[in-house]
Design a protein around this ligand. Structure first.
Ligand SMILES: *Cc1c(COP(=O)(O)O)cnc(C)c1O
Length: 395
């Protein structure tokens, strides 16, 4: 317990993270800001490697590129899924060997491919002939894998048709990769982020097995099955345990590949980073739109542009904690502070907050360690990018 904002905060943070709570209680910093505890991400990483035996884990750096977190994961033996020269530089400078980097963005500038190649990266993804030709020219001899289109049904943050190609095309392109002097090693897919249904990996694994077989018949032996990310974190309701995802994937691999088991890889982002962060915001205004509407509008000092981009479509619904929890509540619409009308966090989702909530009160937003800081705008309406503090940073 500590005095903050004139009130005693006795709130419990997700997973009972004492150090994050102590940090929040220790000082009255200007809000909004995110506190990250990299040890939580390390713990999540270990949970993954316990569940997914004999699987190479490529942490998807975009979920949270905090240098300390990257360094810790590199030390634990993680590999990294990177999407740009800056992410490559980050991983290399935090101790990852280039042999543990996979350039997992299907859309790369030729100069960026060359940059990666010059720094020792030798594993690249593609999903089109044009990209394959770029790789052949700028990353000669590299290992390449083809991303398959995958459905995102069941995912709270779907990835649509932007990435991947049909299995037929994958077969042709992987065959062509060989003639272009590249090493075709396998396929990848991503079933959508915050995927709540572990059985959604099965259809893509079945497709991948067909691609492996057809290429085998042409004398191309693939070895890598990269099952992407998507492993869910419990924002409000519990989600399936990570072991359920591992079991579903392993049994699908057995079912579709039989005795020809490929090497498995996964690319978790959200699962590793989300629980490591708590975002502290402050109430700016509580108002009503008419005298007979009992919905209050609660405006926070953070919104869609300050880092909570995944509230678009109310897709990701974070858990909120206030110092007044336990007191009577009423329905609210939650919105951000900017002068843009899309800057509404939740209007349809049935959020309730304490009736005596007032400007100046803190609202802690849990599970915000993934996909927040990097989504924050550089200064829309003059609001600064989301400040981040990392526990252990100044130790
Ligand atoms: C973003 C991304 C991931 C991580 O997805 P999560 O749903 O956060 O686990 C994995 N692989 C690729 C290629 C990505 O773009």
């Amino acid at each position: 317990m500590a005095m903050t904002n004139g009130k005693t905060l006795v709130t419990m943070i997700a997973a009972g993270n004492r150090e994050i709570q102590d940090f929040l209680d220790s000082d009255q910093r200007e809000t909004p800001y995110l506190v990250i505890d990299p040890k939580v991400a390390a713990q999540q990483y270990r949970r993954l490697t316990d569940a997914f035996r004999e699987t190479q884990v490529f942490y998807a750096v975009k979920a949270n590129p905090q240098p300390i977190l990257i360094r810790l994961l590199a030390r634990l033996g993680s590999s990294f899924d990177v999407a740009s020269p800056a992410e490559i530089d980050l991983c290399l400078s935090e101790g990852a060997d280039p042999s543990r980097l996979s350039y997992g963005n299907t859309i790369k500038k030729a100069a960026d491919i060359r940059y990666a190649y010059d720094r020792g990266v030798r594993m690249f993804v593609f999903d089109s002939e044009a990209e394959l030709r770029k790789l052949a020219e700028h990353a000669p001899g590299s290992a390449v894998f083809c991303r398959l289109l995958a459905g995102s049904a069941g995912a709270q943050w779907p990835l649509s048709r932007k990435f991947g190609c049909s299995p037929d095309m994958a077969v042709e392109l992987l065959d062509q990769a060989r003639t272009l002097g590249l090493k075709p090693i396998g396929v990848s897919f991503h079933v959508g982020s915050q995927q709540l249904d572990p059985s959604r990996w099965d259809p893509s694994i079945a497709q991948a097995a067909r691609v492996f077989r057809e290429l085998g018949e042409r004398g191309v032996r693939l070895t890598l099955l990269n099952c992407g990310g998507g492993f869910a974190t419990g924002y409000q309701e519990p989600v399936a345990p990570i072991q359920a995802y591992a079991d579903a994937i392993n049994s699908a691999v057995e079912r579709h590949f039989g005795p020809f088991r490929p090497s498995l890889a996964i690319e978790p982002g959200r699962f590793v980073a989300a629980d490591s962060g708590v975002l502290r915001a402050q109430v700016v205004l509580v108002s009503q739109k008419s005298y007979d509407d009992d919905h209050r509008w609660v405006y926070l000092d953070i919104g869609r542009f300050g880092g909570l981009a995944e509230t678009e479509g109310e897709a990701i619904q974070y858990r909120l904690v206030t110092a007044r929890d336990g007191e009577p509540t009423g329905p609210v619409v939650l919105a951000g502070p900017t002068c843009d009308s899309v800057d509404i966090l939740y209007e349809k989702a049935p959020y309730r907050l304490p009736l005596d909530l007032e400007p100046g009160d803190y609202v802690d937003i849990l599970g915000t360690g993934a996909y927040t800081t990097t989504y924050s705008s550089v200064g829309f309406n003059g609001f600064a990018p989301l400040a981040t503090f990392c526990i252990g940073d100044n130790a």
